[in-house]
Design a protein around this ligand. Structure first.
Ligand SMILES: [Zn+2]
Ligand SMILES: [Zn+2]
Length: 148
């Protein structure tokens, strides 16, 4: 499944005329495989052994290129570093308040909320964003161990 995503992503880059460098290939691959919605720093740390000349700024610039062609979404959370999400259609985020992990979930019902919001406000709706906060199973387990 992730191989399909990577192939589609590379096709998108080709049709938009973005050059596919080994670094871009590796960053995309990492984004698709990692389910943690990494920051530019996470990606840099994961790939810097493979690309010793790469800097965090290079990673960030490549992510911006991907964002401009619509392959990734940048998720900004106040002053914390942006996290990057490979775009796989409408989905929502469950966020761990303990470790910051973000897990995707799908819930189709919110398109009705868009229609309702548009009706009551007269706005034309472009998008919406839903985030649910809590404690992830890993942190729950770690917390339970501490109490013992
Ligand atoms: Zn957690
Ligand atoms: Zn996501």
């Amino acid at each position: 499944m992730s191989e399909m995503h990577l192939k589609d992503a590379l096709d998108t880059l080709k049709t938009t005329g973005v050059r596919i460098t080994p670094q871009r290939h590796a960053i995309l691959e990492y984004l698709i495989q990692s389910m943690i919605h990494p920051t530019a720093d996470d990606i840099y740390k994961a790939l810097c052994d493979k690309f010793p000349n790469m800097s965090v700024a290079t990673v960030y610039n490549n992510l911006r290129v991907f964002r401009e062609v619509g392959l990734v979404k940048e998720l900004t959370y106040g002053d914390a570093a942006s996290r990057f999400d490979f775009v796989t259609g409408d989905h929502y985020h469950m966020i761990c308040e303990c470790c910051g992990k973000i897990v995707d979930f799908h819930y189709p019902g919110l398109n009705e909320v868009e229609q309702f919001a548009s009706q009551v406000t007269g706005f034309e709706v472009n998008s919406h964003r839903l985030e649910v906060y809590g404690t992830c199973p890993d942190c729950l387990t770690a917390g339970a161990k501490k109490v013992e």
